[in-house]
Write a protein that binds this ligand. Structure first.
Ligand code: CA
Length: 236
């Protein structure tokens, strides 16, 4: 059965473009031009995933995101025209699963939808995630066995928390990730900033291929961290 994606977007050409592309890729779509219209239907028929525009006519998208989160655990991908990174950060902290910055290629949206759905279904069914291998800057990370191999072919030992942290970076490369987001992803019980800083510094040391070379995990002051490499995921 095909999955239904809710598109909450007041700009009709954008909504139609996304709907068309998603439908070409086997999804069903439902479009809503206001947050209120979407919330009214959410309880009766929760979609598989919601694409949420932050600039809606009937209120702040962040507020709407909060209200969606109160009512359902539907995964949410933010569509943001705003260039300011803090909006994306706040969105992720409010529980959005991912975000896409406008203007975007609708195929990018399809890829993000698939990736979030995969992650969400893996979590809610309790099944092990599909084993996959990430390659970046000569490194190789096997998400199934949580093993990291250096460009020189050496196995690098990771703790389970470090492996989860690395995986969070590899799933969202070249984007700013907040400490809170990373803490959640690393599955930490210590919910304070320092815990993530310590873990990041350990992970950085392990990822140091060449002395003096700029590291793969960059600090974005006042915002969080960014993984500075492209990542290629393939099934293992
Ligand atoms: Ca809008």
């Amino acid at each position: 059965m095909s999955k239904t994606i809710a598109i909450v977007e007041d700009e009709r050409p954008i909504a139609e473009m996304i709907a068309r592309t998603l439908e070409e890729h086997g999804f069903r779509t439902k479009s809503y031009s206001s947050g209120g219209a979407f919330l009214a239907t959410l309880r009766q028929e929760a979609p598989s995933l919601c694409l949420l525009d932050l600039g809606l006519p009937d209120g702040d998208g962040m507020n709407l995101l909060r209200r969606i989160r109160e009512q359902a655990d539907t995964p949410v991908i933010i569509l943001s025209a705003r260039q300011h990174p803090s909006d994306r950060i706040v969105g992720l902290e409010l529980g959005a699963d991912d975000y896409v910055i406008k203007p975007f290629d609708p195929r990018e949206v399809v890829a993000r939808v698939r990736s979030v759905l995969r992650r969400f279904e893996g979590e809610s069914s309790g099944e092990a995630p599909v084993a996959a291998v990430a390659r970046f800057a000569g490194w190789r990370f096997d998400a199934g066995s949580m093993t990291l191999t250096s460009p020189q072919g050496a196995d690098v030992e990771l703790s389970a928390a470090e492996a989860r942290l690395l995986q969070a970076f590899l799933e969202a490369p070249q984007r700013v990730l907040t400490r809170d987001f990373l803490l959640t992803k690393a599955g930490s019980e210590e919910s304070f900033d320092r815990a993530i800083d310590v873990r990041i510094s350990r992970l950085r040391k392990k990822l140091q291929a060449d002395e003096g070379k700029k590291g793969l995990i960059r600090t974005v002051y006042g915002a969080g961290y960014l993984f500075a490499s492209t990542v290629e995921w393939t099934p293992s």
